[in-house]
Design a protein around this ligand. Structure first.
Ligand code: F6P
Length: 367
């Protein structure tokens, strides 16, 4: 039997509902062309760079039913990568070394004719750099933050919004019963998409996003106006990357080797203290949703989008369309170069229609 052609699939960066649906779609589409086989590299490029290697053959049996599962069956990492591989120094500190040339050789020697990298902006920057070194790579965009400029939506985002909205709804009944201000902190890093969608869907009074620094006095006035003789209730949705005017984000110390992001989380507690100091009269409670937003089963929209991305990615392999990323634009599946994929950040613009909608129903954006 002739040797099969091999494509390597990997998931990089934070996990996100829908990753498994992409993997399944790639494998199912590839199984229609029997000369191809699909391999998974465990934990992004670690699986191929590590000794012993961790590569798994992905066939229809391996991916049966996984589209409904959260996470990724081939694992992921957001620490380091082939250009910045973390190594421990004798003194216990860590540094990053460049193993990209070694990776290029390994891919060639092991007969991989294509690589499909499913990941966010960091992963697609790695894809672009590897493509510049001659690797036949194709990108698939993912992130719950929805902050990639070259696609209208990334899968995982709608699921995160759905989870956050369901949590918001639960907080409403308890806020109402106790006459409280509830602060709910959501993810999104530098982009306020999850917060804004959740605030509109849930019916918050205040929504604070990284793109619009907040004025604590204005929020306090808005909240106090909701309470009459100590009775009333109110909801704030705050994005983890939100900050006060003239202030900074609430960050935590990164303790993991090779972790390059600023670790956010906890701004809800800062806001609570700021509100009390500014004269907010009501009792306040804080909820930080954290990784709950990334867990569990993807909603149908994300399963469908992820499946479309997976099928398209494998068809790009067949067509030899390397150095490009799959994208969803104007209700259709298309492709963009990896240059375009990583060129523009997709944050909420203050004049966007979603902001107008929020203001139009009386949501305070804290400005
Ligand atoms: O980028 C996706 C995201 O979930 C952000 O919203 C969040 O700030 C970050 O990842 C958390 O990363 P980690 O899983 O490393 O804590």
């Amino acid at each position: 039997m002739p040797e099969k052609k091999k494509v390597l699939v990997l998931t990089g960066g934070g996990d996100c509902p829908g990753l498994n649906a992409v993997i399944r779609a790639i494998v199912k589409r590839a199984s229609q062309t029997p000369e191809w086989e699909v391999w998974g590299s465990i934990e992004a490029y670690n699986g191929i760079l590590r000794q012993p290697q961790e590569l798994v053959l992905l066939d229809n049996k391996a991916v049966a039913g996984i589209h409904v599962k959260g996470g990724t069956i081939i694992k992921t990492t957001n620490k380091g990568g082939p250009f910045n591989w973390p190594v421990k120094n004798p003194d216990g500190s860590w540094s990053g070394i460049d193993r990209s040339q070694e990776l290029v050789q390994l891919l060639k020697n092991q007969g991989f004719e294509a690589v499909i990298s499913i990941g966010g902006d960091g992963s697609q920057r790695i894809s672009k750099a590897l493509h510049n070194l001659g690797v036949p790579v194709i990108g698939v965009p993912k992130t719950i933050d929805n902050d990639l400029g070259a696609t209208d939506y990334t899968f995982g985002f709608q699921t995160a919004v759905q989870i956050a909205t369901e949590c918001f709804d639960k907080l409403v009944t308890t806020a109402e019963s106790h006459h409280r201000v509830m602060i709910m902190e959501v993810m999104g890093r530098d982009a306020g998409w999850i917060a804004l969608h959740t605030a509109i869907a849930g019916g918050a009074e205040v929504c604070l996003i990284p793109e619009i620094p907040y004025d604590i006095q204005k929020i306090t006035e808005r909240l106090n106006s909701r309470f009459d003789n100590g009775r009333g209730f109110a909801h704030i949705v705050i994005s983890e990357g939100a900050k006060p005017k003239d202030g900074t984000v609430t960050a935590r110390a990164a303790t993991e080797a090779g972790y390059e992001n600023v670790r956010l989380g906890g701004v809800a507690y800062q806001l609570s203290a700021q509100l009390k100091a500014a004269g907010c009269t009501a009792d306040i409670r804080e909820t930080v949703l954290g990784h709950i937003q990334r867990g569990g089963t993807p909603i149908a929209f994300d399963r469908v989008l992820a499946t479309q991305f997976g099928v398209k990615a494998f068809e790009m392999v067949l067509a030899g369309e390397f150095g490009r990323m799959v994208s969803y634009r104007n209700n259709t599946i298309t492709t963009v170069t990896l240059e375009e994929a990583t060129a523009r950040y997709n944050g909420v613009t203050p004049d966007s229609y979603l902001i107008q909608t929020a203001r139009g129903i009386g949501i305070s954006l804290g400005d």
